[in-house]
Write a protein that binds this ligand. Structure first.
Ligand code: CP
Length: 309
């Protein structure tokens, strides 16, 4: 999201709305990317992002290959850069990469002339997640009595320190004019968050979600922790878990969002997660396919333009 202008974000969201119309047809297929090739390369687990990038490419008639890292030559010791260079030699129009190392796309882009799409890099960024979150919020602006993001208050709650979703949303939402709060215990907060992201930081849940229009709950990223960030899961839920009761502090029509996968009873109570009036979790997944179609559409077209020059 870093570097994207408000106009570019609006253009991506507009394209996503057109793509969503395709996804709601009986026959969910258009020839938009016929003859294009997209490679998905996921070094970390994924259900939503990988599945929706695959569907996105296929619904636009691209040839899509999913490289399974577990059965690829990575397991024989091939480096990431050699793997991507090998895939590049097959002339793809875009390579979608998820990797545990923050900043890996910037490094690869310096080394290789390949169109790369970030499907999540370490704790750095998850731009398509932020775009689908913004599309979901945009769909509900009218219900919140607003016409745009200007002045909207979004509370991002939980394990902010390890969250690429929090970073990408903070950057994107600020670009769109929203006010972003990071809410969580000091041990799960990045250092100098205010200065780095222009957010306000709150270490008390009640204060952090007060009158918020959107409450975005984050998963505890246990896989990125060495332990000792909080006393126990039970205590975490007691202080930071979101429930209908706690949500009363937010705006009356506040949206509840979660990027998934969610840990029920850890960061969100099941009745709230399943309350389709408040919880946007499945709408977020629905919008994810459309957003990834929009991103592939713009990237593949830009990539053809570059190759023809
Ligand atoms: N939100 C998200 O990135 O989910 P996955 O890990 O399932 O792709």
């Amino acid at each position: 999201m870093e570097g994207l202008t408000r106009t570019e974000i609006e253009q991506l969201l507009e394209t996503s709305v057109s793509m969503r119309e395709v996804n709601r047809r009986d026959i969910k297929k258009v020839p938009t990317l016929r003859g294009k090739t997209v490679i998905n390369l996921f070094y970390e687990n994924s259900t939503r992002t990988r599945g929706s990038f695959e569907l996105a490419g296929k619904r636009m008639s691209a040839d899509v290959i999913n490289v399974s890292v577990a059965t690829s030559s990575v397991k024989k010791g091939e480096t990431l850069i050699d793997t991507v260079a090998t895939l590049h030699a097959m002339n793809p129009d875009a390579v979608v990469i998820r990797h545990a190392d923050s900043g890996i796309h910037t490094f690869l882009a310096r080394e290789l002339d390949t169109a790369l799409i970030n499907a999540g890099d370490g704790r750095h960024e998850h731009p398509t997640q932020a775009l689908l979150d913004m599309l979901t919020i945009r769909d509900n602006l009218f219900r919140m009595g607003r016409s745009d993001f200007e002045g909207l208050t979004v509370a991002i709650v939980g394990d902010v320190a390890h969250s690429r979703v929090a970073r990408s949303n903070a950057i994107g939402l600020a670009t769109m004019g929203a006010r972003v709060r990071f809410v969580g215990p000091p041990t799960l907060m990045p250092t100098e968050a205010e200065k780095a992201f222009g957010v306000t930081v709150h270490h008390r849940l009640e204060e952090g979600i007060k009158d918020a229009d959107v409450v975005m709950i984050l998963r505890l990223q246990l896989e990125r922790m060495g332990g000792g960030f909080f006393p126990s899961i039970r205590e975490y839920f007691e202080f930071w878990g979101m429930s209908h009761e706690r949500l009363k502090l937010a705006s009356e029509d506040a949206l509840v969002m979660h990027p998934g996968p969610m840990n029920r009873g850890v960061e969100i109570a099941s009745p709230l997660a399943d309350d389709l009036e408040r919880s946007m979790i499945l709408d977020q997944v629905h919008n994810g396919v459309a957003v990834r179609m929009a991103v592939l559409y713009h990237i593949c077209n830009a990539s053809s333009h570059r190759q023809n020059q």
